[in-house]
Write a protein that binds this ligand. Structure first.
Ligand code: NDP
Length: 329
């Protein structure tokens, strides 16, 4: 299995098509030695992008990742590391959340400290903030880039209209513009990536680093017969996610779809997780699929997706589509 690298939209930045993120796991579900093994497994497989956010485990995920990066001593030009601002870290006072200039700048400084790096390669606005003019946020991001504390900025779960406004403001004021959006994308969540953002891929050339490629584990088949005790949905503090996933009116139909997808995976001689990740990789505008994992074996397994992308012929994609589209958002 050889890693491939894709440009992030029309920027010059190259990202591994499979990357690795810290949500739920680092500083929460797993111990630090497991986190370290996961980072090494990813790096050794050619992953060059590690995704994080101020809010993951209230800042602890960044601390754990920072300690691992420092200990590993990998050359800084061999990897990208991100943070995201909006939800806050340890505290949630009026200026400790959101996208004001004050919080965007202070959250960046805090993330640099926790991650023990001199600059963030990618700095995302984790959600849009209706209380802050986009111009204020864009200027703060631009200034951080000019200061060398951030190399590129992006957004996460912004609407196409939010993004258009950001592009317009940046073009008018000659500011660095966002190069990348981080949306959810998987067989059960498709609309935004496939339709809403479509015009923005052509102009100005938006890239995407997509999250929850396996629908937070549902597409692995692990929830077909209930919630296993050692799974994410059974992790203390994640009750809201369990309720959201299993309480969705489409949950039973999605489990049925997962069972049908398992048959296709079997015919191709592969596994469900590989099929789900490879399907995400088929989308040409996906710059990187951000994987999550609580065990190194899961990452090893999911890296195998790279080898089966070519097996997803138009005919196979049509069959997958017929199963997933009726139960997708
Ligand atoms: P997935 O949908 O791939 O879910 C990952 C989880 O699925 C794992 O932690 C594991 O859970 C299970 N899993 C993965 N592979 C396997 C396998 N081969 N066999 C069995 N189980 C498997 O991705 P995430 O939801 O973790 O999202 C990935 C990253 O995206 C995050 O780490 C984060 O960086 C980013 N993200 C960004 C968001 C945003 O708003 N911008 C929101 C959410 C995520 P288990 O422990 O149960 O085994």
């Amino acid at each position: 299995m050889t890693m491939i690298y894709r440009r992030v939209g029309s920027s010059g930045l190259k990202v591994s098509a499979l990357s690795f993120g810290a949500w739920v796991t680092f500083g929460k579900q797993i111990g630090d030695p497991v986190a370290e093994k996961l980072m090494h497994t990813a790096y050794d497989a050619g992953v060059n992008f590690f995704d994080n956010a101020e809010t993951y485990a209230d800042g602890k995920a960044e601390r754990v990742m920072g300690a691992i990066l420092r200990k590993a001593g990998w050359p800084r030009d061999t990897y990208l590391v991100s943070s995201k601002v909006f939800f806050g870290a340890e505290r949630e006072g009026p200026n400790q959340v959101g996208l004001s200039r004050k919080h965007v700048v202070e959250a960046c400084h805090a993330a640099l400290q926790r991650l023990q790096v001199d600059y963030l390669d990618l700095y995302y606005c984790h959600r849009p903030d209706p209380e802050v003019p986009i111009e204020e946020t864009a200027r703060a991001m631009h200034d951080l880039i000019v200061q060398g504390k951030v190399l590129y900025w992006g957004t996460s779960e912004w609407s196409a209209d939010n993004l258009r406004e950001a592009f317009e403001v940046c073009a008018r004021l000659n500011l660095h513009r966002p190069i990348v959006e981080q949306p959810q994308y998987n067989l059960f969540h498709r609309r935004r990536v496939e339709h809403e953002y479509a015009p923005l891929y052509r102009s100005p050339g938006l890239g995407t680093t997509i999250w929850s490629p396996l629908a937070t584990g549902l597409l692995t088949g692990k929830y077909n017969d209930g919630v296993p005790p050692d799974s994410r949905l059974n992790t203390p503090g994640m009750e809201w996610l369990r309720d959201r996933l299993t309480g969705d009116p489409a949950f039973a139909r999605r489990v049925a779809a997962v069972k049908e997808l398992a048959r296709i995976a079997g015919e191709l001689g592969t596994s469900l997780p590989r099929l789900g990740v490879a399907w995400c990789l088929k989308h040409p505008q996906v710059s990187s699929v951000i994987l999550g994992a609580s065990r190194p074996e899961q990452l090893q397994e999911n890296f195998g997706a790279l080898a089966i992308v070519d097996q997803l012929t138009p005919e196979v994609m049509k069959r997958i589509d017929a199963i997933s589209r009726p139960v997708a958002d």
